[in-house]
Design a protein around this ligand. Structure first.
Ligand SMILES: Nc1ncnc2c1ncn2[C@@H]1O[C@H](COP(=O)(O)OP(=O)(O)OP(=O)(O)O)[C@@H](O)[C@H]1O
Length: 338
């Protein structure tokens, strides 16, 4: 990343939760991530890998146990006033527009809420109209007095996005932004995010378990496994030439996207379930489920897989990064060793 301007950065971010019996869940266990304006980054991985905890921590809704979150080069501060100022710049868009909207509030009130919280009183109707229009609800005045139940699922999600846009943020953090929508309107909302990026330079971190979605809209992708990013890089490189065994397994079961499918011919079924975040295996955390270990392909590096943790992937190094001992042996990347 050439400039830190308006970039959201996480460095060695860690979030732990205390559990009964003195156990500790390491939900986010060392993450470096950058999201710049005008860039869409997809954060992908199966349920329970820590995506939501990472997103909440980037927004200051959760406190990091270690590491830093910074925006525009300034570390996040957690006073009410500092968080309020921060959230004008970095806005959250939630998965379920029905849950995010108060059924008794009109569209106008839903979108104006952020302005009122931030005490922005000048030209409220103009700002609300502009945000609705940017979110693709045109003519905006026609939606002012509508209630959520009078709108389609896609329109409701556009209202939620307008509620974020009204504060003119630099970045959106969108948690599964189309997961609750019908397939027919998913494309519309994804196109909207793309348009906001291209026409208005808005950046977004899009959290998804759907690699097909990431393929359609993201510039970069970060694949998360058990609290860590195990592979990241330009979306095309990562999905057409996945290098981490976990990414290869995810790509192998992707139903669509022929260009991506070609990368891994046979479906790879991973052994077992995602381990509990309080029981992260030592060495490579993916080892107990790794198909390369199971097949014997990783025999030459097995001692490392069993006993040597991998570095947190840093955003400053080469664009396509992989945290895998076997990949390091094959590609000779000395940076990967712990
Ligand atoms: N408040 C909490 N207390 C204890 N453990 C938690 C808490 N929040 C999350 N965890 C644990 O942290 C891990 C990561 O959870 P998280 O919800 O961030 O994953 P996720 O990838 O977003 O999953 P999903 O897609 O299902 O939302 C899980 O093992 C979860 O059980």
């Amino acid at each position: 990343m050439s400039s830190e301007e308006k970039t959201l950065t996480a460095r060695d971010l860690r979030v732990e939760f205390g559990l009964p019996g003195g156990r500790v869940a390491r939900a986010v266990d060392g993450v470096d991530l950058d999201v710049a304006p005008g860039e869409i980054v997809a954060l992908a991985g199966e349920s329970g890998c820590g995506k939501t905890t990472l997103a909440r921590t980037l927004l200051g809704l959760e406190r990091a146990t270690g590491g830093t979150v910074a925006f525009d080069g300034v570390p996040l501060r957690y006073s009410t006033r500092a968080l309020k100022a921060y959230r004008r710049q970095v806005q959250l868009v939630l998965q379920d527009p029905t849950g995010a909207l108060n059924p008794r509030h009109t569209v106008y009130d839903a979108v104006a809420e952020g302005l009122r919280i931030h005490k922005i009183h000048d030209d409220e109707p103009g700002r609300v109209a502009e945000a609705l229009s940017r979110a693709g609800l045109r003519p905006p005045e026609q939606f002012f007095l509508a209630y959520p139940h009078e709108l389609s699922g896609g329109q409701r999600q556009r209202v939620v996005i307008a509620g974020a846009l009204v504060l003119q943020p630099s970045l959106l953090v969108a948690d599964e932004p189309v997961a609750s929508l019908d397939a027919s309107v998913r494309g519309e909302i994804l196109s909207l995010l793309l348009r906001l990026k291209e026409e208005q330079g808005l950046g977004a971190l899009v959290i998804t378990h759907d690699l097909g979605l990431a393929w359609s809209i993201a510039d970069r992708i970060a694949i998360m496994y058990l609290g860590r990013i195990v592979e990241q890089g330009p979306v095309e490189q990562v999905l057409t030439a996945p290098r981490h065994p976990y990414t290869r397994a995810l790509v192998s079961v992707l139903p669509a996207a022929p260009a991506v499918k070609a990368a891994v011919a046979e479906p790879i079924v991973l052994a077992g379930e995602l381990p509990d975040a309080s029981k992260i295996p030592g060495g490579c955390r993916f080892r107990p489920r790794c198909q390369e270990v199971a097949s014997g392909n990783a025999a030459a590096v097995l001692h490392q897989c069993s006993g040597e943790d991998l570095h947190v992937l840093g955003p400053e190094a080469e664009p396509h990064l992989v945290a895998c001992h076997l990949d390091r042996a094959l590609h000779g990347d000395a940076k990967m060793a712990a």
